[in-house]
Design a protein around this ligand. Sequence first.
Ligand SMILES: Cc1ncc(COP(=O)(O)O)c(C=O)c1O
Length: 388
Amino acid sequence: MNIASRMHEISPFHVMEILARARALERAGRDVIHMEIGEPDFPTPPRVVEAATRFIRSGEVKYTPAAGLPELREAIAGYYAQRYGVSVAPERIFVTPGASGGFLLAMGLLVEAGAKIALADPGYPCYANFVRLFGGEPCLVPVGADSGFNLDAGLLRRYWDERTAGIVIASPANPTGSMMPPGVLSELLDYAHGRAGFVISDEIYHGLEYGERSSTALEFFPDAFVINSFSKYFGMTGWRLGWVVVPEEFMGDAEKLAQNIFISAPSHSQAAALAAFSEENLRELERRRLVFRERRDFMWGRLRAIGFVVEASPEGAFYIYADCARFAPDSYQFALDLLMETGVAVTPGLDFGANCPERFLRFCYTAPVPRLSEGMDRIEGFSRGRQG
Ligand SMILES: Cc1ncc(COP(=O)(O)O)c(C=O)c1O
């Protein structure tokens, strides 16, 4: 029995090795500070839990329509109107098992075998893996301080060729927390549109911004495929719920594919998510955003004071992507040693592409400030011993 050859091209999450070792240390009684996990540490908001509990008690935990509960699609459309002032027909919204399910749907609709898809490097590793799964070829575009760690029209111009079919973008981005100014986003979208390329905009970290608010790609390019999720801003990672906005002419095929690949997203999660848009819940999420902002300010300051170089301005999400070359030639080894010696877990750059990953570490501020502070003290002691 042979495994499909495409599987050789799919990369694992290296952070899982760090996480496994961190869990082993914890089992052995060590105190581990987790800065490697990309999910909010807050529990699911109480309104959402109550709505889910009521729904589960009703016993109606069954399939929903493939595109999602009509009332949830309407609530999401209402959210676009209220948050961005953009009108999106609910029929264009497909509720999916997480943004991950949204990628499966969007890439299934768009990626031809052999087509090149432009992606920022560093970037979220699954974009490239999804492209490969559908036989496409990720075109990793190195991004750095000169473009604010974002793709922009100038970079696309350099990397676009006759095989390029589209782009995947994210703002705020993982692993950098960087954001695209609206002018850069609109120029980039114009460029792709001008070449008849598709645009998939991953807006999963929208809502977690600490300066300017994000613009949705739909403000500039109504035919963008926009992916979002209840995982991060809404604090519902384990509920596995997200959505994709598709252009009108793709609705029929999106329905067909969704039926085949998931039948429907989990119904109890959809019922729960209806409560996510209530005013009370949005107020709770705003309180959480302010806590993240305070943590971001704290971490950003401490990391730079210790001697890490942070060129990617962490304007959103809950990540800081820091250059640790001053302390070690290989960030993966640095992360392993840091964990084993001090019990602080961070993610090595290796997970995010091929653009000098050995220089970088991703720090998640998904723990309370006193824990982050303790972690920073340990990192400071460890790094001081390594300074070259
Ligand atoms: C940039 C980005 N997009 C998508 C996802 C997948 O999220 P979901 O839990 O909605 O599947 C993640 C998860 O970490 C992410 O960081």
